[in-house]
Design a binder for this molecule. Sequence first.
Ligand SMILES: Cc1ncc(COP(=O)(O)O)c(C=O)c1O
Length: 499
Amino acid sequence: MFYSDVTKRWGCVMEKSEGRREAQAAEGDGLRMAPEQMLDLAHRAAELLVERIETLPGEGAWDGDFQQELEKQLMEAPPEAGRPAAEVLERAARDILPFSLRLDHPRSLAFVSTSPTWPGVLADFMASGFHVNQCTWLVASGPSQLELVVIDWFRRWIGYPESAGGLFTSGGSAASLDAFVAAREAAGHPDRAAVYMSDQSHSAHIRAARIIGVRPERIRLLPSDERFRLDLEALGRAVAEDRAAGLHPIAVCANAGAVSTGAIDPLGEMADFCEAQDIWLHVDAAYGGFAAVTERGKELLSGMERADSIGMDAHKWFFQPYEAGALLVKDVKTLEDAFAVRHDILQDTIWGANHPNFSDRGLQLSRSFRALKVWMSVQTFGMAAFRRAVSRGMELAERAEAYVRESPHLEMLTPVSLGIVCFRVNPADAGLDEEALEEINRTVLARIFWDDKAFVSSTLLKGKFALRFCIINHNTTWDDVRETLETIERFGREAVGSG
Ligand SMILES: Cc1ncc(COP(=O)(O)O)c(C=O)c1O
């Protein structure tokens, strides 16, 4: 459309809504804005965001303040009369939003950090602007069809059969909760339920098991092997012992990218075991699952497709804004059997046989339209770009591993897996004991934090303090990774020298 067409059409829109705006103003509706003001405000918001994205690499990777300081600035009663909207926007951008870890910073290598794509950000804006409630087909048929489309993409990427289906969730925690509910119902809702996972599993699964009412002593955290993968023999023993004690194993949870190390549990063998034992297998692929869009990732995650359910987060390795989790189950009926509840107030939403109501597949009734961000991003950039971006995370992690292995000051603590690098400062000739090593690495981590050029986090690997990179940001370059490693080496040398 040419600019003149846009302005002509825009003039029409303004004219049509003018009468209504006047009537609303007369009735004292104070929650509307004039179209020009809405546009100005949205334009300013977009400007602030684009400026932030463009300047981010030169900024610190973290900002924050203590609660007593932020409280002084922000704790206040809500104003009775409004303030100019532009002022409110600027205040949010100046006094609130920057005080955070910049998870999308190219040198934010901590936790599970990545950058959302711009179409993904705008999709959230559009979905809010269209005020979508992605609950039932009647209420949101277009969005529901699109959620089916994107969930079907995920289904194909992970190699699930056509009987599979699922839904978008807030994230991995909600996906595992929904999965455990489905597992419990599929097992006939036994009283003495037990669940099994490795000591490397994300705390989200312990919480999910607690929420569905599994007693703490029946949430079995099994030892992992020297590569941080679940020990199958320990799993077999625990299940046999529990059955002998009259417990009912309802679910086993496998890691497809454990959050500390990226470890992948023996998925095929776990699937064999769960099939033989008739236990639901849930795979936590929250962080690692999107590696499946690459040939290499698919190979690494082979066996995942045999699980009863899989959780995967597009706000992690698929470059979307929070919240973009998803749960897929091999037989979508199991999810609907577990969650569908009829209610009089929703009787009008049953108006055809062949459409799903996503609220019948999980714990939320009112739901935001999360599939749109994935769809708009993939439509804009194409899958080849996504595959390259996912592959690059793995390649950068491998280059980091090679760097660490060659460094006389650093030590790898476990081989790289799915973009995660666990290592520490440990000069070969210093002969430091574990206690001294922990102190030195804590010192290095604290210096990285205050140095502010990068943000790195740590983990404990069987008691050993480890520095950890998770490299899954499509904006991260080898220079970002190399410079951070060089800084760690330098801080490490200084810490050892002064110790
Ligand atoms: C492997 C894994 N599982 C589960 C979760 C929890 O996901 P969410 O924070 O999206 O609820 C995370 C979060 O980092 C994770 O890395």
